[in-house]
Design a protein around this ligand. Sequence first.
Ligand code: NDP
Length: 274
Amino acid sequence: MPEPQSQAGRTAVVTGASSGIGRAIAERLAAAGAHVVLGGRTESAMNEAAARIEAAGGAATFVVGDVREPGVVQGLIDAAVAATGHVDVVVNNAGIADFGPILEGDAERWRALFDTNVVALLVGCQAGVRAMRHQGTPGHIVNVSSVAAQDPSSGVYGATKHAVNVISRTLRLELLEDPIKVTTIMPGVVATNMARSLDPSILTTLVALSGLDVELSAGERIPDEVLARAQAALSEFAARPEDIADAVLFAVSQPAGVHVAELVVRPNKDLQLT
Ligand code: NDP
């Protein structure tokens, strides 16, 4: 008998799988038996994640690309179909953050935020649903939002996540006659590379909490060990990427008649970052 959460025989595309939450989702779905297609810009990180998945007996393919570029998200869906003949789960997770004041922002940054967090997610929803409809099989779209979508004054980043929630709810209504589910996951604070976008003083505190002697410059990728140690030190205030991955696996493992539409996954206590 397969495990209740088995994803054996399914193919899952995960955007933003080179790091943090997306990487944990890809590894969790692969451990549950799915063939996963990882998308991201950092080839070395996806190569390592795919190698780990395969070493554990799973199956993974990765595609390097910027989701803001035309054709890149569609290319992930196509890669899934080329590798396995089908796509069953699409996790639109790639995202960037900016917690700065609106009055100090600029149009180029706002475009990057909306193109990454909203437009690429829309393309992923559409391309995933089209492929699932073409196959005539059940499917699942998972959109990674944020608790910022529950806060009406959460800045430009929060505005992109409000958009994600609206898109997910609308898509769910458009798909009522299809066997395709739509789930929105709203994480609270999770220890990931998104910390790159925080105030440098918070980043310095994070490194200090890790107890490691590491110098980081602005925007640089944070070593996994720093994040894991800082998370352990802050475990009441920051969730692990794996906690969000468990929520995704829960949502995509429900029986046909159960539609987990929204999940909020917070650490025990909320960390005020802004
Ligand atoms: P990370 O920075 O660790 O991961 C972000 C991922 O998105 C990376 O794989 C990154 O790839 C990818 N990505 C970003 N921009 C692009 C792009 N233009 N093209 C392709 N890939 C891209 O952050 P998280 O894991 O924390 O973030 C994942 C999601 O979770 C985001 O949507 C975020 O908004 C959401 N979230 C995070 C929270 C947190 O506290 N961490 C809380 C709530 C929501 P690469 O590095 O290779 O460019």
